[in-house]
Design a binder for this molecule. Structure first.
Ligand SMILES: NC(=O)c1ccc[n+]([C@@H]2O[C@H](COP(=O)([O-])OP(=O)(O)OC[C@H]3O[C@@H](n4cnc5c(N)ncnc54)[C@H](OP(=O)(O)O)[C@@H]3O)[C@@H](O)[C@H]2O)c1
Length: 259
């Protein structure tokens, strides 16, 4: 399917690897002019090279207020005004409630909700003025089915989902959609990190931890970044103009609820 976004401009944050990189690759393959960012100049330059199509590498730590406030303008100065904004970052630390002090809760909210607010604040006015835009946040399947041991992620993702829904309602008449995409267990560095942490706390092997996760997924396997990126590209497409304010799971059926 031609997604009818060739020639559009996009910024994808947290894109030196994993889901962000796969999304940037998917958009570039559709003919979108892409800027990508992460904390490390080395990693993001390498990623931009693998994306090809003139992808522009930018450095931005989503916890750095000054850097994230300037990022959209930086991307726009290289590509032109932004049509598509994909907001992604690394996941917060795992662990039960008692293992996180107030500072950690504030940091998770600041990185995820604060990051989404800052980037949207910079990108949305121009999208509304030009009457076309796609904003997509990347959160987690645990938004709809919060798991024990993931309290920082669960709380921060819920705040982002509320932000997305409200922005979607407020900007829909200007041709801007705002959606939230929820990865399930997907084969990236984050899975290696989480399975390693779980293996340490339970005394089991990381392979066994991943096996348990697979057993909980109706499809029977972990997802691939490319499967996730295909859903992201569709939500950024012309054809998705009537889809806004949703939190869409791409999780192989992991969420057992109705919604
Ligand atoms: N994969 C899964 O199974 C899964 C499931 C549920 C939710 N998620 C969530 O989906 C998001 C993406 O996951 P992923 O699997 O792609 O993770 P990943 O493989 O760990 O990649 C994270 C990306 O974000 C960048 N990043 C990390 N911290 C950052 C920061 N402070 N500022 C800017 N960039 C930052 C990393 O690049 P640098 O290191 O170069 O900065 C990297 O490019 C995460 O929030 C994760 O928790 C993933």
């Amino acid at each position: 399917m031609d997604l009818k976004i060739a020639g559009r401009t996009a910024l994808v944050t947290g894109a030196s690897g994993g889901l962000g990189l796969a999304i940037a690759r998917g958009l570039a393959a559709e003919g979108v002019k892409v800027a990508v960012s992460s904390r490390s100049s080395e990693r993001i330059e390498a990623a931009a090279e693998t994306i090809g199509h003139g992808a522009v590498p930018l450095v931005c730590d989503m916890t750095d207020h000054k850097a994230r406030a300037a990022l959209v303008d930086e991307a726009a100065s290289r590509l032109g005004p932004l049509d598509i904004l994909v907001i992604n970052s690394g996941g917060p630390p795992s662990g039960p409630f008692e293992s996180h002090d107030d500072r950690r809760f504030a940091a998770a909210l600041d990185e995820h909700l604060g990051g989404a607010v800052a980037l949207t604040r910079s990108a949305l006015p121009s999208m509304r003025e030009r009457r076309w835009g796609r904003i997509l946040t990347i959160t987690s399947c645990m938004l709809k089915q919060p798991a024990a041991g993931m309290i920082l992620s669960n709380v921060a993702r819920a705040a982002v989902a509320a932000f997305v829904k409200t922005c979607a309602n407020e900007s829909a008449r200007d041709g801007v959609t705002v959606n939230n995409l929820l990865p399930g267990y997907t084969l990236t560095g984050r899975i290696a990190e989480l399975s390693g942490q779980m293996a340490e706390t339970t005394g089991r092997s990381a392979g066994d931890v991943i096996g348990d996760w697979e057993a909980q997924i109706p499809v029977g396997r972990l997802g691939t970044p490319e499967e996730f990126a295909a859903a992201a590209a569709f939500l950024c497409s012309e054809q998705a103009a009537y889809i806004t304010g949703i939190s869409l799971s791409v999780d192989g059926g992991w969420n057992r609820g109705l919604f």
